[in-house]
Design a protein around this ligand. Structure first.
Ligand code: HH2
Length: 259
């Protein structure tokens, strides 16, 4: 799943694809490089991001979804707002990727698939001292509950996603990645998004002789390594900014899944 952020402030590529033609061209490039889906979003969910008014989010994403769907691209809509999800599905999106896990009914009504993602709190506060009894089991139980509810509401295509970086410390993120098999064992297809996230900056700094934290766009190695790790542990899809590198890296080791 390739990322298309039609935003001025996304943490790694804010402002690059705010212009509709640039967003549409970027999405086509990601498909040409091997993305099966493109995830179009009009509101940053980075820690401490401010919410975007519904009209503005609609203005950012609907024309992009419409153009891509008309070209046959499989589009998912990354939103927490029912109005935006509805309008995007009407414009041709086939999957509602909802980091708040609250739009299953909208997906069901519209006949779209649904991604249930785990987040603790909301983006403004989620990194303020997150705590769990057992992060892997707490996240699994939450996701199974949301996914079962989505199925019961009538969604046929339901995914689960641990929400790397959404109300999680570095250790929480690492625990979830190390134990992805627990999510895979639920039987729901698992989506994982580590691409360019802050945990990778922290880990890269540990490996850097001077302890420098690379900016988000320079976290390719960690993004690719964790994406491949997730796929080898049984994730069904990864969400990535750097599609070509991710596809190539997985191709290089994918025989290990076939033998
Ligand atoms: N992460 C981001 C956005 N959407 N969706 C799912 N299902 N899982 C994720 O982990 C996830 C997501 C954050 O990344 P990005 O879109 O690049 O940045 P921003 O939220 O700043 O636009």
């Amino acid at each position: 799943m390739g990322v298309v952020n039609v935003t001025p402030d996304s943490f790694s590529d804010g402002g690059r694809f705010l212009d509709h033609p640039a967003a549409i061209a970027h999405a086509h490039t990601l498909v040409a490089l091997g993305a099966d889906w493109v995830d179009v979003g009009g509101e940053s969910t980075r820690p401490r991001a401010e919410p975007v008014p519904v009209d503005e989010e609609l203005r950012r994403v609907v024309p992009v979804v419409e153009a891509l769907a008309a070209d046959g691209v499989a589009v998912s809509i990354d939103t927490r707002k029912a109005e935006v999800a509805r309008a995007a599905v009407a414009a041709g999106a086939r999957l509602v990727n909802d980091v708040s896990s609250s739009l299953a009914d909208v997906a069901a009504e519209a006949g779209a698939g649904f991604v249930a993602m785990h987040m603790l709190g909301d983006p403004r506060t989620m990194q303020d001292d997150p705590a769990y009894d057992d992060v892997v089991l707490d996240v699994r139980d939450y996701l199974v509950d949301r996914a079962d509810a989505a199925r019961a509401a009538g969604v046929a295509d339901v995914w689960i996603d641990p929400g790397i970086g959404f109300g999680k410390t570095l250790d929480h993120n690492l625990d979830l990645l190390a134990n992805l098999d627990v999510l895979v064992a639920t039987g729901y297809p698992v989506l994982v998004a580590t691409s360019r996230k802050s945990m990778l900056g922290t880990l890269a700094a540990r490996a850097d002789p001077g302890g420098a934290v690379p900016p988000p766009a320079d976290r390719l190695e960690g993004s690719v390594a964790t994406a491949v790790w997730a796929l080898l542990l049984g994730a069904a899809m990864v969400r990535a900014h750097d599609v070509a590198a991710t596809v190539q890296a997985f191709e290089a080791v994918s025989y290990t899944r076939e033998t």
